[in-house]
Design a protein around this ligand. Structure first.
Ligand code: NAD
Ligand code: TDX
Length: 339
């Protein structure tokens, strides 16, 4: 079995590569990644020691390059993680989100069709469903909830999903789509809420909470997401969408306070800043389908997962300190300097 993992030098893709190397030690894995600001080859240092793993640098939207890679490698399965993934960046600069997230997906699917790939899996997000009100805790996203996007990021992911479904209906491409809630865990880029708050708290820097911190996210430990995708690519029904989430809803301010407490820091570090434009209020996944059809359930509770994540950031300071001392500093200044 040979699997192409695109975006494998990023947060979830790299965790998926490590997960698959353990779960299926006889599989060949190829990682295709452009190494944008979010991609980091150091993350794959251990994976690269395995002779059944190969890294290829390239852009999923580069048609000529993608087609020659697919013709050469003859992949059985493609799992597409490659994307521009940060909502705040999509508000600053939407263009690259459309190129990578939509046209990149189209390019991969064209190459998959041309070379007879047996399964094309699209890694999508719960953000395609828009948001839910805070005063209706009885409401959850199911696979039939209408697509209703808020940010250029979520609009680009939803566009890609529609294209993936169209390639199935029109060309018979054997696809599956997963829509997961917010992930957290090792190798999470420190522009995202949890790693940003851990890094800032450790450096005694202000903790920038958007608006009043009341927005709710449904947190899932990254390994549980990886296991769900493994189940879907092997046993999921072709043409289907699967929601992934572990009923772990938390208000942002509570997540921030949990991190502060675990690190023994002061809540005085919390700084309320200007809200994100178009900020989604609440995400909450109903994972009944993946549970009933594939037997998936999350195995890591939030209390365990957040402690494991904090420990990872404490034990791997070099990994994130290198990131926040480089080009990322300019981003931070631009995003938070006048907020
Ligand atoms: P990430 O930003 O950490 O990683 C993205 C990776 O894709 C990086 O390694 C980057 O170099 C690579 N990449 C970007 N553009 C590329 C291109 N044109 N060609 C090749 N590689 C390119 O993102 P992540 O958080 O790991 O998210 C992975 C996927 O999961 C995304 O599709 C995202 O939409 C989805 N998702 C993320 C979450 C979450 O909480 N992080 C939740 C649900 C779904
Ligand atoms: O500094 C911050 N302060 C803050 O209050 C940051 C970076 C975020 N926030 C808030 C905004 C959100 O309500 O925290 C929440 C989480 O923000 P992000 O980490 O940026 O994640 P989110 O916007 O929810 O999107 C994430 O989950 C769905 C991923 O980045 C997406 O790729 C995924 O599809």
């Amino acid at each position: 079995m040979k699997i192409l993992v695109t975006g494998g030098a990023g947060f979830i893709g790299s965790n998926f590569i490590y997960y698959m190397q353990k779960a299926h030690p006889d599989y060949s894995l190829v990682c295709l990644d452009k190494l944008t600001y979010a991609g980091n080859l150091e993350t794959l240092e251990e994976a690269l020691k395995n002779p059944l793993f190969k890294f290829v640098k390239g852009d999923i939207a580069d048609r000529e390059f993608v087609f020659s890679l697919f013709e050469e490698e003859k992949f059985d399965i493609v799992v597409n993680f490659a994307a521009e993934s940060h909502v705040d960046r999509s508000i600053e600069n939407p263009g690259v989100f459309l190129t990578t997230n939509i046209l990149g997906t189209q390019t991969l699917m064209d190459a998959a069709r041309a070379t007879g790939v047996k399964r094309y899996h699209q890694v999508s997000t719960d953000e395609v469903y828009g948001d839910l009100p805070l005063d209706r805790p009885d409401l959850f996203f199911t696979e039939t909830t209408p697509i209703h996007t808020s940010s250029p990021y979520s609009a680009s992911k939803a566009s890609a999903d529609l294209l993936v479904q169209a390639y199935h209906r029109t060309f018979g491409l054997p696809i599956t789509i997963s829509r997961c809630s917010n992930n957290y865990g090792p190798y999470h880029f420190p522009e995202k809420l949890i790693p940003l708050m851990i890094a800032n708290a450790l450096n005694d820097k202000p903790l920038p909470v958007y608006g009043q911190g009341l927005n709710v996210r449904d947190w899932l430990y990254v390994e549980d997401h990886c296991r769900a995708i493994d189940m879907i690519i092997h046993n999921g029904r072709v043409g289907e969408v699967y929601n992934i989430g572990g009923h772990n809803e938390k208000a942002n301010i509570d997540v921030v306070k949990t991190i502060i407490k675990a690190l023994g820091k002061s809540e005085d570090l919390i700084t309320y800043v200007t809200d994100r434009a178009g900020h989604d209020m609440r995400y909450a996944i109903d994972p009944t389908k993946i549970h009933d059809e594939l037997g998936w359930l999350p195995t890591t509770t939030f209390d365990e997962g957040i402690q494991k994540t904090i420990d990872w950031y404490l034990n791997n300071r070099a990994w994130w300190e290198k990131i926040i001392s480089g080009e990322y500093q300019n981003y931070y200044e631009k995003m938070y300097g006048n907020r």
